[in-house]
Design a protein around this ligand. Sequence first.
Ligand code: GAL
Length: 418
Amino acid sequence: MKTFARALCGAVSMIAVTAAAPALAEPKAEVLHYWTSGGEAKAVQALQEAFAARGGEWVDAPVAGGGGDAQAAVLRARVLAGDPPAAVQIKGPNIQEWAEAGALGDLTAVATAQDWDKVLPEAIQNIVKYEGKYVAVPVNVHRVDWIWANPEVLAKVGAEVPTSWEEFNETADKLQATGIIPLAHGGQPWQDATVFETVVLGIGGTDFYRKALVELDMDALGSDTMVAVFDQMRKMRGYVDPDFPGRDWNLATAMVMRGEAAMQIMGDWAKGEFAAAGKVPGVDYVCASTPSDNGYLLNSDSFAMFNVSGDDNVEGQAVLAELILGTEFQETFNLFKGSIPARTDVPRAEFDDCAIKSMDDMVAAAEGGTLLGSMAHEIAQAGAVRGAFIDVATAHFNSDMSSQDAVDQLVKAIKLAQ
Ligand code: GAL
């Protein structure tokens, strides 16, 4: 990716994105994103409306496909063609790589005016800064390690949301014995990897997660603990319904909503779907972190402003950056999206118990050293390394591969990917 981006963009210097464009400029922005599900679409519509209210002309460039891999391919092709969109939904190390390639605008002026250093947690600043400069604007914090459950369905077997993996398996066995689908799942590689990383966190613990999925420690990757992770993944495979292959994540969420399945493991964009359907947390559904030693798997969406010409575009980028991190918009967007605000000073009054739990757990995890970047959602890893994890996790989930074979393949694949 580095050589690709560098080769593509050559030695372009960072363009300062400021609101000081000529008075005649009319803010305009083509926005490339992959938010097309019910809750996602409502959230991005709120951004469109806020931009329009600032006189902005929004050019929508959605690319369907949860997890964003399809969108990333479109972005590379657009940059290759010398026609990058003005603003792009982007995450984690990808931001650093495009910045290093000189493809991104410098948001320092907007960041200074809005004092981003004061309102953004360090973990988020590290994601959106390159060489000390802001090159992307964070819009949220999505927690990945959640269980979404239908309390009525669980009650059919006298269960509550499991708090350990043993309890998860016991409850799932009971549900299955009564003909209820224990785990709603969408059979797509990124979704398999999302479940995988929560199992790594839960079975191995936060230190093991850090060693294996962040630091790529070969002993950890090849360990008996990783064998135990794949053993648990094999069990999870047994708890999904036969129609899971290819299913979109939001359709799995809908199965829990309708009581066709008891639980889903997914990031809190799933809550955006419950909210969009008017469902009430604690009543129609319950949220709980997947079992672990107080880990927190962080994902955060941002918008990067690619180098584009034209005063209208630059003005549009500045207006977009400014409104995205405004307190009001941070509240509106995240209520729709199911995530929590990136900035830490947004009033909590409108947020539900799941969001409050995410806010408190994130602070506690940051203080306790258990705040970890998501691998599946491109915070801890991106590019070939992330691809290697996803390939092995999904190959194991969709076959009868043994756990030891999966571990051997993982070690080989990660070595090759580095
Ligand atoms: C994640 C993204 C979230 C959510 C999810 C499903 O990668 O960060 O905002 O949209 O994919 O599409």
